[in-house]
Design a protein around this ligand. Structure first.
Ligand SMILES: C[S@@+](CC[C@H](N)C(=O)[O-])C[C@H]1O[C@@H](n2cnc3c(N)ncnc32)[C@H](O)[C@@H]1O
Length: 204
C-alpha cells in the first residue's frame, strides 16, 4: 500500500469518528503528558500528533495490516506533529488483556474498546491519567475502583471541568450501580448527569 492510501485510510476514519485531536491536545497539555498507551486504538493515530511517545494495541486484523506500514505512519506523524522531538510509535497486534511489554505511561486512552482501564492500569504511572468514556462502562468501573480518583470531565466543547464531580455517576431515584450488570452488558448505566469523557487519576 502506498503512503497516500494509508494516510487516506486514517483520514477517512477520522471523518467517520469525528477528529479527537482537540481532545487529546487539551488532555496532554493540561497534564503534561509525554507518553501514552492506547489499547483498542483501531487506526486512530491522532494521539501521536500531540504526544511524543504512544504505544498502540489492537488485535483486529485490519488494524494489524494498517500498522505494518509503520514507516509511512511515522513519516506522516513527524510531518504534522505539534512537539519538537521525533515521534515514537509502537504497535502491538495483540489482545490488550494479555501481558504487554510497556514501560509505565502518563496517559491511558480508553475509547469504545471495552474495559481498557481495568485491564491495563498496571501500565499507568501513579499520578497518571485514564481518559475514558462510559460507552462500554469503563468509566463506571474506574469510578468504583479505589485505584482511581475522578479529577475531571470533558464535553464536546473540549473544556476540562473540575467542578461538581460528585454529581456524576449518580443514578436517578437513588438506584444503585450494579457493577456485575455493567460487566456483563459491557455498557455504562444511565446517570442523572454524564459527560462525553472522564479523567481519572491513578492514586495508588
Ligand atoms: C469500536 S473500535 C474503537 C476504536 C478506537 N478506540 C476509536 O474510538 O476510534 C474498538 C477497537 O478495539 C479493539 N479491541 C477490542 N477488544 C480488544 C482486545 N481485548 N484487545 C485488543 N484490541 C481490542 C477492536 O479490535 C477495535 O479495533
Amino acid at each position: 500500500m502506498n503512503n497516500d492510501k494509508i494516510i487516506n485510510e486514517y483520514q477517512e476514519y477520522q471523518d467517520k469518528i469525528g477528529s479527537r485531536l482537540e481532545l487529546y491536545r487539551v488532555v496532554s497539555q493540561k497534564f503534561d503528558i509525554s507518553s501514552a498507551l492506547y489499547p483498542g486504538c483501531h487506526i486512530d493515530l491522532s494521539p501521536s500528533l500531540v504526544i511524543p511517545n504512544v504505544v498502540y494495541v489492537d488485535n483486529f486484523k485490519g488494524t494489524i495490516n494498517f500498522f505494518k506500514h509503520i514507516n509511512q505512519i511515522k513519516a506522516f506523524i513527524n510531518e504534522h506533529k505539534e512537539y519538537k522531538e521525533e515521534c515514537e510509535v509502537l504497535f502491538f497486534g495483540q489482545d490488550y488483556t494479555h501481558e504487554l511489554v510497556v514501560e509505565p505511561v502518563d496517559l491511558i486512552i480508553s475509547q469504545y474498546a471495552g474495559f481498557v482501564g481495568q485491564a491495563t492500569k498496571e501500565y499507568l504511572k501513579v499520578g497518571g491519567i485514564l481518559l475514558c468514556n462510559d460507552s462500554h462502562g469503563d468509566a463506571t468501573l474506574a469510578k468504583f475502583d479505589d485505584d482511581f480518583r475522578l479529577v475531571g470531565t470533558i464535553d464536546e466543547d473540549y473544556e476540562i471541568n473540575h467542578f461538581h464531580l460528585e454529581d456524576y455517576f449518580v443514578r436517578s431515584e437513588g438506584k444503585p450501580v450494579d457493577l456485575m450488570v455493567v460487566k456483563t452488558k459491557m455498557k455504562g448505566p444511565s446517570y442523572s448527569k454524564s459527560a462525553a469523557n472522564y479523567l481519572f487519576q491513578k492514586i495508588k
